[in-house]
Design a protein around this ligand. Structure first.
Ligand code: PMP
Length: 444
């Protein structure tokens, strides 16, 4: 039942909201009705600075005319066409444009693109490709996948199996999966600027799981190069390189889940570019279409792709795909998005702003309840000490008060996560940080 009914508010009873405490929200709703550039407006006409790119996805800012026009044009030209045993030009064009910026580049990098409808679908697709590839090369016993504690890989059954956020998997069955230890060194690494110095030895946990299960049972290991949803957990220096080496040693494929880090979040097109570590598969979504139309994509290496292109030519190589794989309207949104990224240099803008962003965030050190501050590229996290007996309550209060002041942040547990659109100006970074500072002083 909606308690705070405004004249312009719809009934809130019918939409079952995802990842939301529905009853709490509906008693005091926050409703956004418009967006342009760095700002939302809510239904009461208030302006809200977007500190989270919507949900880590609106990297080029809101309401971009090129995307609006491309989508409208495509809808009237070809609204839908299948990609099963059929095709349409724009899906091939988009894949080729993506290949040009793919991790490792066109011709040699991960330049084979499989389209999906979301990040969760990209993850399930990558896991299935990995298992199918192992089978195709005569390694059919490799059906287990390894993720990490606190990993978030969406909500498909594959994704929750490798995901390590306990609440997401507790009541659901899973495919065989196991989880590497991940976050032993958080306190030791507190207030690191950029990548933490300690914890490379955590990568050795992969060796432990290989010894436990046998390499011949493991198809792939999947990690977020930078874990976003768990509260911005950065990889210790050298960690991803070490994972790559261990995976290679045992014939295990390495998957980077770049649903958040893809498309410029770290100041490079992909996290693979930032870290200089090349996985076999990369999952993406979100920034792929600037969040405007739902879409995901999996980038595969030639080795993996070609490994599945054997057998008779008349045979379907991978029994997998979605009605909306390569949806023409999503492709149009994606092509327009790539155009904006290129024209405005947005895929590397995070690198230009990274130092400014870092110093601005770390100026919050010493404010009440601040336990840690983390940053990389244009991502940040402010971890608060939990209120006694009420985990998450303090950050939730900060979230509500920031929104009231006109700033959208995201909280998970007692961690504030920040990921503004890549078009943010220094002055807006200043506003964002001072709104958080004011809120911490008065609310936390
Ligand atoms: N993987 C990662 C790393 C993510 O951060 C997310 C979403 N935040 C997903 C997968 C799932 O994406 P979607 O919500 O589009 O299914």
């Amino acid at each position: 039942m909606s308690l705070h009914v405004r004249p312009n508010q719809p009934s809130l009873d019918y939409f079952w909201m995802p990842f939301t405490a529905n009853r709490q929200f509906k008693a005091a709703p926050r409703l956004l009705s418009g967006a342009k550039g760095m700002y939302y407006t809510d239904i009461d006409g208030n302006t809200v600075l977007d500190g989270t790119s919507g949900l880590w996805c609106v990297n080029a800012g809101h309401g971009r005319t090129q995307i609006v026009e491309a989508v409208a044009r495509q809808l009237s030209e070809l609204d839908f066409a299948p990609t099963f045993q059929m095709g349409h030009p724009i899906v091939f064009q988009f894949a080729e444009k993506l290949a040009a910026i793919a991790p490792g580049g066109k011709d040699g990098g991960l330049d084979r693109v499989f389209f999906t409808g979301s990040g969760s679908e990209s993850v399930d697709t990558a896991l299935k490709i990995a298992i199918a590839y192992q089978r195709a090369i005569g390694q059919g016993t490799r059906t287990r996948v390894i993720g990490r504690e606190k990993g978030y890989h969406g909500v498909g059954f594959g994704g929750i199996s490798v995901g390590g956020l306990v609440n997401n998997r507790r009541v659901f069955p899973q495919i065989p999966a196991d989880h590497m230890r991940h976050t032993l060194d958080m306190e030791r690494n507190a207030f690191s600027r950029g990548l933490p110095a300690h914890g490379i030895e955590l990568a050795e946990d992969l060796e432990r799981l290989v010894a436990l299960h046998g390499a011949e049972t493991i198809a792939a290991v999947i990690v977020e190069p930078m874990a976003g949803s768990a509260g911005v957990i950065l990889p210790p220096k050298g960690y991803l390189e070490r994972l790559r080496a261990i995976a290679d040693k045992h014939g295990i494929l390495l998957i980077f889940d770049e649903v958040i880090t893809g498309f410029g979040r770290l100041g490079t097109p992909f996290a693979t570019d930032y870290f200089g570590v090349m996985p076999d598969l990369v999952t993406t979504a979100k920034g792929l279409t600037n969040g405007a139309i739902p879409m995901g994509a999996v980038f595969a290496s030639r080795k993996v792709h070609d490994g599945l292109m054997t057998g008779p030519e008349s045979q379907i190589e991978l029994f997998h795909g979605y009605t909306y794989s390569g949806h023409p309207v999503a492709c149009a949104a994606g092509l327009a998005t790539l155009g904006i990224y290129a024209e405005e240099g947005l895929l590397t803008r995070g690198a230009e702003l990274a130092n400014y962003w870092q110093e601005a965030l770390h100026s919050l050190k010493g404010l009440p309840h601040v336990a840690d501050i983390r940053n990389l590229g244009l991502v940040g996290a402010i971890e608060l000490r939990s209120r006694d007996g009420a985990p998450g309550a303090r950050a939730y209060d900060v979230f509500v008060e920031c929104f009231r002041k006109g700033l959208l942040i995201r909280v998970t547990g007692d961690i504030i996560a920040l990921s503004p659109p890549l078009i943010i100006e220094k002055e807006q970074i200043g506003t964002l940080v001072s709104m958080i500072a004011d809120t911490l002083k008065t609310t936390a």
